[in-house]
Write a protein that binds this ligand. Structure first.
Ligand code: THU
Length: 119
């Protein structure tokens, strides 16, 4: 989170993704003057993990500077469900409180590779 580049929103986010082999991949949000070109901490952690050869994940931890814990955004939920449909997600807010969900709970009806199949 401390390494985040978030001069536009001033909302810094850190993410840590635990792979099935026990390795952990970190990510932070990286914003851009062209706002849609920015990317979230969660997807940057996922990209780092994929690049390192990991494709199975069990846990995601998110930390932000918001007072209360915040869940991953919708795009990140969709990106994560591709690899870990039942991922355990925990988020910590700046006041020390945490919240936990399963990705299934956060994205109950995902669009998946199966959704692309047609006759
Ligand atoms: N952000 C994340 O990194 N993860 C989320 O789950 C929610 C939002 C970032 C994107 C942007 O840089 C800033 O937080 C404000 O939306």
């Amino acid at each position: 989170m401390k390494k985040a580049f978030a001069p536009y929103s001033n909302f810094r986010v850190g993410a840590a993704l635990l792979a099935a082999d026990g390795s952990v991949f970190a990510g932070c949000n990286v914003e851009n003057a062209s706002f849609p070109a920015g990317s979230c901490a969660e997807r940057n952690a996922l990209g780092a993990a994929i690049l390192a050869g990991q494709q199975e994940f069990t846990e995601l931890v998110v930390v932000t500077e918001a007072d209360t814990p915040t869940p991953p955004c919708g795009i990140c939920r969709q990106a994560l469900v591709e690899f870990a449909p039942s991922l355990a997600v925990t988020s910590f807010g700046a006041l020390g409180t945490s919240a936990a969900w399963s990705l299934t709970e956060l994205l109950p009806s995902p669009f998946t590779g199966q959704s692309l199949k047609h006759a």
